[in-house]
Ligand binder design. Sequence first.
Ligand SMILES: NC(=O)c1ccc[n+]([C@@H]2O[C@H](COP(=O)([O-])OP(=O)(O)OC[C@H]3O[C@@H](n4cnc5c(N)ncnc54)[C@H](O)[C@@H]3O)[C@@H](O)[C@H]2O)c1
Length: 335
Amino acid sequence: MKLYVTTAEGTYDIIFRKGGISDIASLWGAGEKTLVVTDSGVPMQYAEAVAKSCKNAEIFTFPQGEGRKQISTLSDIWRKMVQMELTRSDRVIAVGGGVVGDMAGLAAATYMRGIAFYNVPTTVLSQVDSSVGGKTAVDFEGYKNMIGAFYPPKGVLIDTDTLCTLPARQVSAGLAEALKMAATHDADLFEAFEKGEQDMETLLQRAVDIKRGVVERDEKEYGERKALNFGHTLAHALESKLSFDALYHGECVALGMLPMCAPAVRARLRNVYKKWGLPTEFPMNAEDLLEACRHDKKCSGEHITVIYVAQVGQYEMKDISFTEFCDMIREAVTE
Ligand SMILES: NC(=O)c1ccc[n+]([C@@H]2O[C@H](COP(=O)([O-])OP(=O)(O)OC[C@H]3O[C@@H](n4cnc5c(N)ncnc54)[C@H](O)[C@@H]3O)[C@@H](O)[C@H]2O)c1
């Protein structure tokens, strides 16, 4: 199954193929030289399988974790590219989660002003979210994704067989992003979640297709793409207050969506969360959460723009006062 994504720079495809990781050459050719980038938490067999089907491939592995999404890791990848004497006819293939995709993508975007980048995402979150949209970035000075570029890949392979090694909690956290796309854009997909659809290919293909459409209509996030930030303002506030990895990003997004929707939608969301083992209750009281929000630049003014879901499958971009925002949070946290 293939989805075609059209960007200002051209079209690339997202291929869904179980076992495709062992047959990269048939999808994208054997290449001249390939740098395969991965991290220490990704089972090495995936990078090795990709490297094996390329002509002259080397693997670069950096330590896992969001904490490594920084300039020094980028320098390490650039250094490896120089050592391999990569030229603009060579390529980089990311094999891993969103951290690997962001790092390898930015390295490819900047090395010699840009060499070919291919992405093989291996977490649910990266398959559903970072696989489409061309965003690459590193964190900087405590700010997430502060330095980066829009740099669409030449191709993406989603091989859901790679998810067999992913811990169940990571799977659920990633699905929160798919549920977000359903809540804002596709009532039928939302119902599939409610009915307990378990087939990962089906859920991911439909969610990726929603994101594809949004990104094609608004590649640089001037309008509609902001809808994909549904739940994220609060998610970032939660992440800033909680100790590292107490809740995964997707789990924070799940909680972050709750106050930003009508009570009936909230009840439906909570039911789906229970099915997938996502958190349904906030790990702190409303005042502590609001305190964290006040430190967020996006919430510092008197007004704040939020994505609000009054009805499943549709969203509104609402400009509300900070007082209204506080009331919505108090309501969802205390009910
Ligand atoms: N570029 C984009 O459009 C975009 C979109 C969403 C998120 N992101 C970024 O993605 C990052 C989060 O991505 P993530 O949730 O994939 O986290 P991650 O990349 O840190 O991966 C989570 C953990 O799973 C491990 N892992 C990866 N694949 C595995 C597998 N198949 N089996 C077992 N373990 C595996 C990793 O080593 C890591 O320890 C954030 O930095 C976020 O900013 C980018």
